[in-house]
Design a protein. Sequence first.
Length: 266
Amino acid sequence: MQKLLENQVALITGASSGIGFGVATSLAEAGASVVINYYSQPEPAEALAAEIIRAGGAAIAVKADVSDPQQVDALFEACRTRFGTVDIVVANSGLQKDASFVEMTLRDWNAVLNVNLTGQFLTAQAAVREFLRRGARPVSKALGKIICMSSVHQVIPWAGHINYAASKGGVQMMMQTLAQEVAPQRIRVNSIAPGAIKTPINKDAWESPEALQRLLKLIPYGRVGEPDDIGKAAVWLASDESDYVTGTTLFVDGGMTLYPGFEDNG
Ligand code: NAD
């Protein structure tokens, strides 16, 4: 049986851990050749590439800092050199540097905005340029697909994390504006907004039983998410099964955005 993403090439940024690692795994299982971008951890990225190749797929791991335009260009050049082009781009890299509003330094504000928002801008821009350069391919109805990794914090304010929440709010409007601009070229742009997914970024929120209990109060569906939950959503958004979907945020959050505090009449 033909796999959903057969003969397509996918680039996933920040894929040496957590959600990116899970998304790269799922896209490879769906038949895509994958470019696994990492920033600081070559070992898990190389190990994932080796695992995908062992399973009969194709993959490479490539180092790049997504907040640096030259490194983003080099990352796309690596896609072209190894696979000729790229069809699916998942702008996933992100980080948190938390502090109360009065204590937040400009350095930490900029560090988060530079990766979470500017990094996604640079990645999406390089993707659109590449899709337009190479033109249509018979592998998909769309010229190309971009998935931005947002967060429930594109809509839920988050005290103590103002840089992160602002970056994700920015991702929402960037994604929609870009989707509007490139839809006539048949480029689809969507976001996934994860709720609480078990990854290194939020270890403090699920590692101890007490923290986990507090977290579960925010999740009506009663479990913390896994990277695989996001991977499956990414496969659908990257495939022709969602060909009429663009400019949309798919919340994958176990109901976190359903105002669980109002469950018992507020
Ligand atoms: P993570 O820390 O495991 O992954 C983040 C990845 O981004 C890491 O691999 C890191 O190396 C990479 N990265 C950081 N700076 C980079 C840079 N300058 N260039 C390239 N890569 C860089 O955490 P995660 O939870 O897997 O986060 C992935 C994405 O999902 C982030 O955008 C995050 O905001 C988002 N998200 C996560 C959750 C969650 O609950 N885990 C919820 C909502 C949104």
